[in-house]
Design a protein around this ligand. Structure first.
Ligand code: ADP
Ligand code: ZN
Length: 731
């Protein structure tokens, strides 16, 4: 009702959008919604901020009867499907759980800004007919890239040529580049739910039925699929995926990045009669856009992806399967630290859908959740088609006679030789990159350390250099000792995978050898090597932990673990659990094909409970022991931890700040703040690091405590504070 007595702004309330931007901001900012524009929560928009414009997401819409007419207006609404309510809640919860600004979490969702534009309208550049009169070096680079013949968008072309976008646009204005419309994205095929299902064995049928039933309830529930290596867990969770797809939902299959291999994708393709969408770090930009868009529109029904796939803008997610759920690769430490398995469960709660966690060596966290009745468990006890697990034997290295500079025991050598002669494949596992972990001077005992990190320089002989594994610093191997000047006295100490390779070449000169180490093979090259191993092109494989991650190598019948004690030495509270998982998984690569497999484990600690359990194949007894140790110590999963790493250029200043932060902790029942102590890696890139460890009883609200404590802590100058809730990798 308009009347003279009502001020004008009350008659025409200002419509306001609260827009969250993908920046380190804790809250959404208010913008006016222009007349004629319809906006709802979840819409992607462009807004001005300072001198720039940003893409963001509408978190809320409302009205104002106030006089805040100074609000800047939303510039435009993007032509993309809105972010669902569940996904927005997910961002809010994740931000609250990890005490991370909401905008930083949204940034993980909005990784592909190009996908926010209507894909039908997209333009790209190809080489034009005109040669520019003035050919600068930058222009020449752009034209070189364009000459390769791919149509590329301004940003892609600029990035590929290493120049700014303006260079590209200028060439466009001169007709040296020609604008073309990009073809529409390839469509996502509709899965065929009965395309390639195996006839399941009876255990698998029981397991699959209970997962299908869980999916049918369309409620949140977590099931742990706990089955020995090779028991056919994949086939079983495929059934859960089929059930969710049949209900019209999207499904996400999370894998540790390294397990995203072509053979695995082919397996999904066979099962569902179509290529699944993939999400991992080396997708081409255009494919990223396609998948992001397909997930947002709901057309991408099956996504197989690495941890960040959780943040894709799901339209209608109905199931997440986390394969190899025990893997520490699900924990991200850089940027926003989060654990993808835990966040998949959280998303399941918010989105009201089930989550399947699959592993042959489940995490203690998940096993304890089963004990507490929070998770269901579905077990597969036997390998499919062959009841026996690889027989595992210990080699007591204290009793073996090894020459200096030799790492393989006579027994292991003999067995590898036998396997190779029989036409089988053997794997030697050593979880250490490089040639030698330490180089020292035989004259004075000096160790070569990184100048910037508290870490030894690791020799990489293939690349003829010493490398720091923390900061990447490299230098040549010195001829003379930098400390005493003695020449020719520097010696490598201990084995790395490259040194093992040297020994293996000497012992097995005719073997077709493959070396798998993250610094030697990455991306496509790594996937090719993995395929070669799977297809039997290689018969002797040397690998670091890259080989432990869920691969199916059907020709492999002998696994030799060169140094089983290595991972036990760490100060990480999960060292035992992790060593178990690593060794059991590596051993479990053996005997997955037609022939039975074996594993030989070289150890100097044959009496250690872990080694004894490994030889007996007795996981449960070992893990019960670990559970008790954690319980007594109040460590996860029986208590909670948060790590705070404080770093800075000056050691004293950093320590003092860390101590002040510790002293500022408010007193709280059931919470202990330990430290500061030097972090496990006490210096990285010249920055000194101290760590505080917060130990809380399980029922304590850790986030509330941390929030209240840290809200006024402001590191200045070179100082930095990094919070890690539920730390996994103690760095
Ligand atoms: P896991 O994931 O438990 O290690 P996989 O699902 O990879 O085990 O299965 C191991 C091997 O057994 C694979 O080659 C798989 O194709 C095969 N397999 C599993 N179940 C069946 C089945 N019911 N019929 C035929 N082959 C099967
Ligand atoms: Zn370094």
């Amino acid at each position: 009702m308009a009347s003279k007595s009502i001020p004008e702004h009350m008659e025409n309330p200002l419509r306001i959008a609260e827009v969250l931007l993908p920046l380190a901001l804790g809250q959404a900012y208010s913008y006016a919604i222009p007349d004629g524009v319809q906006l709802a929560a979840g819409d992607f928009v462009e807004v001005p901020l300072g001198p720039r414009s940003y893409l963001g997401c509408v978190w809320d819409v409302g009205q104002s009867f106030g006089t805040n007419m100074k609000l800047r207006a939303v510039t435009r609404r993007c032509d993309a499907p809105p972010l669902s309510e569940a996904h927005r809640k997910f961002v809010d919860w994740l931000s609250a759980y990890y005490l991370e600004p909401k905008g930083n979490v949204l940034r993980m969702v909005m990784r592909v800004p190009a996908a926010l534009d209507d894909p039908k309208m997209q333009m790209a550049w190809v080489l034009g007919e005109v040669k520019p009169a003035k050919l600068t070096a930058q222009r020449a680079k752009v034209l070189d890239v364009a000459a390769q013949g791919f149509a590329m968008k301004t940003s892609e072309l600029a990035e590929a040529a290493g120049v700014g976008a303006s260079v590209v646009k200028a060439l466009g204005a001169l007709d040296a580049l020609k604008e073309v419309a990009l073809p529409p994205h390839r469509k996502f095929a509709v899965p065929d739910l009965n395309a390639g299902a195996f006839k399941l064995n009876s255990d698998q049928q029981v397991a699959a039925a209970s997962l299908r039933q869980m999916v049918a309830t369309r409620a949140h529930k977590v099931a742990l699929l706990d089955g020995v290596t090779g028991s056919g867990k994949t086939e079983v969770y495929f059934e859960a995926m089929a059930a969710a797809l049949a209900a019209g939902k999207q499904v996400l299959l999370l894998l540790p990045e390294i397990a995203l291999t072509a053979p695995f994708i082919a397996r999904v393709e066979r099962r569902f009669g179509c290529e699944p969408a993939q999400w991992h770090s080396d997708l081409r930009p255009r494919e990223r856009e396609r998948v992001w868009r397909g997930v947002a529109s709901g057309e991408a029904r099956i996504v197989v992806g690495a941890r960040s796939a959780l943040f894709l803008p799901w339209a209608n997610l109905g199931l997440v399967v986390v394969d190899e759920e025990h893997e520490s690769a699900y924990k991200q430490d850089e940027g926003v630290p989060y654990h993808a398995r835990d966040m998949a469960v959280l998303y399941g709660v918010l989105g009201k859908f089930p989550v399947v966690l699959s592993s042959a060596t489940p995490s203690l966290e998940s096993l304890v959740n089963v004990d507490r009745g929070r998770y269901d468990v579905v077990k597969l006890k036997d390998r499919h088609g062959r009841p026996e697990l690889p027989e595992t034997s210990l080699i007591d290295m204290t009793a073996e006679k090894l020459e200096a500079g030799q790492w393989l025991s006579p027994r292991l050598i003999a067995d590898v030789a036998t396997a190779l002669q029989a036409g089988d494949q053997a794997l030697l596992f050593l979880n250490r990159r490089g040639f030698a972990p330490l180089t020292l001077c035989r004259a004075c005992g000096h160790h070569l350390n990184c100048p910037d990190c508290a870490a030894a320089m690791v020799e990489h002989r293939f690349r003829k250099q010493l490398q720091c594994h923390h900061c990447g610093h490299v230098e040549p191997v010195p001829k003379a000792c930098p400390s005493c000047g003695a020449e020719g006295k520097m010696v490598p100490v201990g084995p790395g995978i490259e040194r093992l390779a040297e020994e293996a070449v000497r012992l097995f000169p005719d073997a077709r050898m493959a070396i798998l180490s993250s610094d030697l093979s990455r991306g496509q090259m790594l996937r090719d090597t993995l395929r070669g191993i799977e297809e039997g092109e290689f018969n002797l494989v040397l690998g670091t932990q890259l080989v432990a991650k869920g691969h199916h190598f059907p020709h492999l019948t002998l696994v030799g673990i060169v140094d089983a004690d290595l991972a036990l030495e760490s100060s990480d509270p999960r060292a035992g659990e992790r060593t178990w998982a690593l060794l059991a998984q590596v051993a479990g690569r053996s005997g997955r094909g037609a022939k039975p497999g074996r594993a030989l484990v070289q150890t100097y600690l044959p009496q250690h409970p872990l080694m004894k359990a490994l030889a007996r194949g007795d996981r449960d007894t070992y893990l019960e022991g670990e559970k008790r140790i954690r319980e007594i110590a109040g460590l996860p999963p029986h208590g909670r931890l948060a790590g705070i790493v404080i770093s800075g250029k000056d050691a004293n200043e950093t320590f003092r700040f860390a101590r002040d932060v510790a002293q500022a902790a408010p007193p709280a029942e059931g919470i202990q703040v330990l430290g500061p102590a030097p972090a496990p890696i006490a210096m990285v890139r010249g920055r000194h690091r101290f760590r505080l460890l917060v130990k809380a009883q399980r029922e304590v609200n850790l986030q509330a405590f941390l929030g209240a404590w840290l809200k006024d802590v402001k590191p200045k100058g070179s100082l930095n504070l990094q919070l890690d809730v539920d730390p996994y990798n103690f760095l």
